[in-house]
Design a protein. Structure first.
Length: 405
């Protein structure tokens, strides 16, 4: 039997066994879920497995369903230096005389369906978390500050075993990072409501819906917790242990957790995002990139200490260093030498910084640079006239939601 065919057969047996223990979706609900996920899938390549539609919870009358739809993958054992993860989304569905109406968590109709759901069927904590996921006018972009820690014990250091990449390696966006190390216990990086799909033999795909528009997912773990779907967990709650779990297929290169980020129900690039006090940056190819904190850069394979949730690293500053013969450095309204002057700092003054952008190149004291720092007071100063101890930025990128000038 061919390897792909054997993998498909094994997954089919596992799926049938697990589904036999849970309520089966009726054919029309399954059809609606498959149709909703189809546009999110990449162009089909090779043999495809049937989609898995699961009921996480339904109402007493059976007319409301909270469920998941997943595209399983064949188990792949010959892909070097890559890990592949199945695409999965949660959904809400309602049945009436005309049939099923279904909305994925990323769809515009999800909000209306959430408000129509029967009272008491979804807990107050679930409704709060889901409402935070809804798109808001004027906020089309995710902020860089996620307020998430890293998914292990605060104060401990794990390795970044794979830099930013997609759910299937080179797929875009690069919404995922691989981690391993320590005691192997994967912990909630922030409070959230937990859901599981594709649970097989102690492994599964775990999702946390947070209260700030972000969701995070975890794959390859084993020894999952036994919490029921819809349970709210606190920061640091146990999720599972790093492993090589492939409950819905894919591939893995060794025990680790595949961590992915979503915003308002859609895959969100991790480039520029803050987790655990570090800002992560993608490379030119999948699995490359690095993390940055206060001028310290950690490449793939390096250790990252988890500083917990919250915003930008604190304490970053620079010392004003004017050009030769000058006694002060001007502060600007925008990151440009042609922008209006808002004030100045004297040689040797400490300047507290909050974020940076790449903008007009300036010939500074140490050469040419396009890094501009925004001060805690909201002004702009070129990195060319600041001694920060590093030629690289020492503070995160300014929030991507809008131009900060």
């Amino acid at each position: 039997m061919k390897q792909a065919a054997l993998a498909m057969a094994v997954l089919a047996v596992l799926a049938s066994g697990a589904q036999a223990e849970s309520k089966q979706p009726d054919p029309m609900l399954r059809q609606a879920a498959v149709k909703a996920l189809q546009p999110l899938l990449p162009l089909a390549k090779g043999e495809q497995l049937d989609m898995l539609v699961e009921i996480n919870r339904d109402s007493v009358d059976g007319d409301w369903v909270l469920g998941s739809v997943t595209q399983p993958l064949p188990v792949m054992t010959t892909i070097a230096a890559m890990d592949h993860v199945p695409l999965s989304r949660l959904f809400l569905a309602r049945r009436d005389a005309q049939g099923w109406t279904l909305e994925l968590e990323s769809s515009s109709g999800f909000a209306a369906m959430l408000e129509q759901a029967p009272a008491g069927w979804l807990s107050a904590e679930e409704r709060q978390a889901w409402r935070s996921q809804l798109a808001r006018p004027g906020q089309p972009f995710a902020p860089n500050a996620t307020n998430l820690g890293l998914p292990w014990r605060q104060g401990a250091a794990w390795r970044m075993t794979g830099g930013p990449h997609g759910y299937s390696g080179e797929s875009q966006p690069y919404d995922s990072i691989d981690f391993a190390g320590g005691d192997g216990r994967v912990l909630a990086p922030q409070a959230g409501v937990i859901y599981k799909s594709c649970v097989r033999g102690g492994s599964g795909l775990v999702k946390l819906v947070h209260d700030n528009g972000f969701s995070s997912t975890y794959y390859h773990m084993i020894n999952l917790n036994t919490l029921a779907d819809g349970t709210r967990v606190n920061p640091g709650a146990y999720l599972g242990t790093i492993g090589n779990g492939l409950p819905c297929g894919g591939s893995t290169t060794g025990p680790h957790v595949h961590f992915s980020l979503l915003y308002q129900g859609r895959a969100e690039p991790v480039n520029g995002k803050l987790f655990g006090g570090w800002q992560f940056f993608a490379g030119s190819r999948a699995y490359q990139g690095y993390a940055l904190r206060n001028g310290t850069r950690v490449n793939v394979g390096g250790l990252l200490n988890n500083y917990g949730g919250g915003g930008a690293p604190t304490g970053a500053s620079g010392v004003a260093t004017p050009a030769k013969g000058e006694g002060q450095v001007n502060l600007r309204k925008a990151p440009s030498l042609s922008a209006g002057i808002t004030g100045s700092v004297k040689r040797g003054d400490s300047v507290a910084l909050q974020c940076h952008v790449r903008a007009e190149a300036v010939d500074g004291v140490w050469g040419r640079t396009d890094v501009w720092n925004r001060t805690r007071g909201g002004d702009w100063i070129s990195d060319g006239f600041l001694d920060t101890g590093s030629n690289a930025p020492v503070v995160p990128l300014c929030a991507s939601a809008s131009r900060p000038w």
